[in-house]
Design a protein around this ligand. Structure first.
Ligand code: BGC
Length: 341
């Protein structure tokens, strides 16, 4: 998983590096404490990334900060922005990413650059192995002087073709690529099966590297959070009116699930970040239940000292939306649930 950086491209990179102050380091434990409530924003498929008119505005980064969030996670899809050689990320993508990272840093937010080509990677591990290291050479060099509030997440939700054997083989290579230029930046890594808590015991991390935060995603009960979601298959796409009442049993399950993650974190001495959780609204008209689930999951994370990032800032009236970009206002029950208001 190595590549040679030509002198010309190294010079080009050097010129493109944004002018951040020199960084000092922060322990992953302290960083997780500082990350608190966060939110996913500006995902790779937003028209913003192609320079097209988009409901996303850079000013939303301040909106997020002012509401009381401490972290943004930016799910970028870099593969389609690599040049023909598969080695370099195009300048426009860097410019657009710089703009968000810069706005986040200036707002005093923690900023996660999350490599989100998980669909491509899940389908073809070899194609992924050819591109992902190059992406991390590029991003690592470019952001090497960014403050420690900027973190790298090596790959969202490894799954499919990327089983634990492949994933555990890649992790040391990807981390060492990043470490060449970012010796102490906190790196976020999660288990296979879409960052499932159940795969945490399979995850193998370099013991000596103490600047790692471990992530998992939580969308249980899946039939509640994903009812109507076409990408989850025909059975789930057809579901509607699946309820979540916050019963004793439902809350006990949530506690048991989060205890399982907390126990793994403690046993392995790794701080935990819940990088995605949320509910899809298309076939679920019950905003009160969606908010109650969001509140319960947020509290379960906070109670165990996990940082967290909600999925997702805004994707139209029936998406996982926390902010309505048509009305320019927060979806109050969701925002309040996320911020304990
Ligand atoms: C995917 C989104 C999806 C969400 C919930 C994310 O990781 O990138 O497309 O809406 O998970 O399923």
């Amino acid at each position: 998983m190595k590549r040679l950086v030509s002198l010309i491209s190294a010079l080009a990179l050097a010129c493109a590096i944004p002018a951040f102050a020199q960084s000092t380091s922060i322990t992953p434990e302290d960083q997780v404490k500082a990350m608190g409530p966060g939110i996913n924003v500006a995902a790779g498929w937003d028209p913003y990334w192609d320079g097209n008119p988009s409901p996303f505005r850079l000013s939303y980064i301040n909106t997020i900060k002012e509401a009381g969030f401490h972290t943004i996670r930016i799910p970028i899809t870099t593969f389609r922005h690599m040049d023909k050689t598969g080695q370099h990320l195009d300048a426009a993508t860097f410019r657009r990413l710089d703009a968000i990272v810069d706005a986040g840093v200036k707002a005093g937010l923690n900023v996660i650059i999350d490599e989100h080509d998980y669909d491509d990677c899940g389908k073809d591990a070899d194609a992924c192995a050819a591109l992902l290291p190059n992406v991390w050479y590029e991003l690592s060099a470019h952001y090497k002087d960014a403050p420690p509030s900027v973190m790298f997440e090596v790959l969202n939700e490894p799954h499919g073709a990327i089983d634990d054997k492949i994933w555990n083989g890649w992790i040391p290579d990807l981390i060492s690529i990043i470490r060449e230029t970012n010796p102490t930046r906190n790196i976020i890594v999660g288990p296979t099966h879409w960052n499932s808590k159940n795969d945490l015991p399979l995850l193998k991390l370099p013991d000596a590297d103490r600047h790692i935060i471990v992530t998992f995603h939580y969308y249980d009960p899946f039939h509640f959070t994903h009812q109507g979601a076409s990408w989850a298959g025909p059975e789930v796409a057809a579901l509607h009116d699946v309820e979540w009442k916050g019963t004793k049993e439902e809350l006990a399950q949530l506690d048991a699930d989060f205890d399982q993650v907390a126990a793994w974190g403690k046993a392995n001495n790794r701080p935990i970040f819940l990088g995605e959780y949320g509910t899809y609204g298309k076939n679920n008209p019950r905003l009160d239940e969606r908010a109650a689930w969001t509140r319960a999951v947020s509290k379960a994370a906070d109670a165990r000292g996990f940082a967290r990032a909600f999925w997702y800032f805004s994707e139209g009236p029936v998406g996982f939306t926390a902010y309505d970009t048509d009305k320019n206002q927060w979806v109050a029950p969701i925002k309040n649930a996320l911020l304990g208001q």
